[in-house]
Design a protein around this ligand. Sequence first.
Ligand SMILES: [Zn+2]
Length: 287
Amino acid sequence: MATTKSKNPLGDDPTRTLTIRRKAVAEIKRKYTEIKRLINQSVVTNKIFTNVDPLQKSDFVFLRSDEKLQEFDRWLQTAINQIILTGNVNPRSPQLNWMLQYFLEGYERGAKKGNTQLARFLGRNKIPVTTSVLQNPFHIDKLQLLFSRDFTQLKGITEAMSQQINYVLSEGLLEGLGSKKIAKNINDRVDKIGITRSNLLARTEIINTFNLAVINEGNYISSIIDEQIVYEWVDSGDSRVRPTHVLRDGKYYTSQKVSELIGEPNCRCTVVATPISFVPDGKTVIR
Ligand SMILES: [Zn+2]
């Protein structure tokens, strides 16, 4: 049976999640800027390392610096826990971590999209309307797993950032750098590790959760209507698409196969849930 071409007319944003991604990136900046502000206040304004004299690099000074380093690291962990790793990973909790809230938003949209796509093929009367994914145990199970994994990634980013902060701080103390210079070096690590990696995680995961939700909704509907649902790959149709993803455009995949393909860093491709009876003649389903 033939189907209409599902190529997305929206240029480089086939998942239509650009607004969510922008909001996430803005909040990432706000959160890490707060950490930088606290670091500057500690190191520059309050001069917590002020008694480190660059001219006295004796063992005694080093040991005392080491204690200070440990104290600073403890303080930094508390700040990170309160600002970045705040909240929990339970999708239904009002205290859901702030970044996971954006992923939930992406997932909600994806589930609705998958539902609409299937209704378009089979008729609205055949497909139960999705209300919220949070009312569907099928989706909640998947979200819990996904959010634990995402939170571990966010935690990993803050750990890498802390390690580097600790390194530039101890280097700065050993070299006898001034507090302003040390704070600048620390802030640079917040930017390059904390913000950069968090942005990549958010951009990638908002699209990934959207696509995962399309697939999960397809699997859910499939179990109700007793027909296999497959997924057509749709790239963003611009010059930034990976050549390997251009080759996937317009091809059909099983849910298992397509689940393995989505979620690459900065990938903006999407998938269209399609009942197998609507796969155009001559097209094979890749499994
Ligand atoms: Zn892609």
